[in-house]
Design a protein. Structure first.
Length: 164
């Protein structure tokens, strides 16, 4: 077996330019929100967490804490067109999150469970299936309740993005 000494970034290894986020760091953008789920909310409800996110943001960490929402067994985390637009991919980041069990600080559920390892460095517009030419001006990050549950509860979402 050979010992290797190379840059992990393939562009750098080839002597090409690479984005700062992949080389020596980038500015972090954080967002946090708390909202209430009512016991009268219906399945299919959309809770827009963050409005008008920059398409070049790279989601690094998304954590979800919640009260026990009885019967709230199927929630998705995904992207919508920015500023109240239609759905793009409602479960691109997480599919089938169960909020029926309370998650306090330290026992959060990850909002990136549906993202494959090789896609963890992608920008929002890439997660949306868009290209540089087709990317939108902004995206909304939203939780969609497929099975919202029968009890009221509080949900807090904390996200950290790198500026790509």
């Amino acid at each position: 077996m050979a010992v290797v000494d190379k840059y992990a970034n393939a562009d750098l290894q080839k002597g090409k330019l690479a984005e700062a986020v992949h080389v020596n760091g980038a500015k972090l953008v954080t967002a946090v929100t708390t909202f209430e789920v009512a016991d009268t909310d219906d399945d299919g409800s959309v809770y827009r967490l963050f409005k008008g996110l920059n398409p070049n943001l790279i989601p690094l960490d998304i954590k979800i804490n919640n009260d026990a929402i009885t019967g709230g067994t199927d929630w998705d985390l995904g992207l919508y067109q920015g500023n109240g637009g239609k759905v793009i991919d409602k479960d691109v980041f997480a599919d089938g999150i169960d909020l029926s069990t309370a998650r306090t600080s330290g026992s959060e559920v990850s909002g990136l469970t549906a993202v494959a390892i090789e896609n963890l460095t992608k920008k929002l517009f890439e997660h949306a299936g868009h290209t540089i030419a087709t990317k939108l001006d902004s995206y909304d990050l939203a939780l969609t309740a497929n099975t919202v549950g029968t009890a009221a509860g509080t949900v807090t979402v904390r996200a950290i993005f790198a500026q790509g």
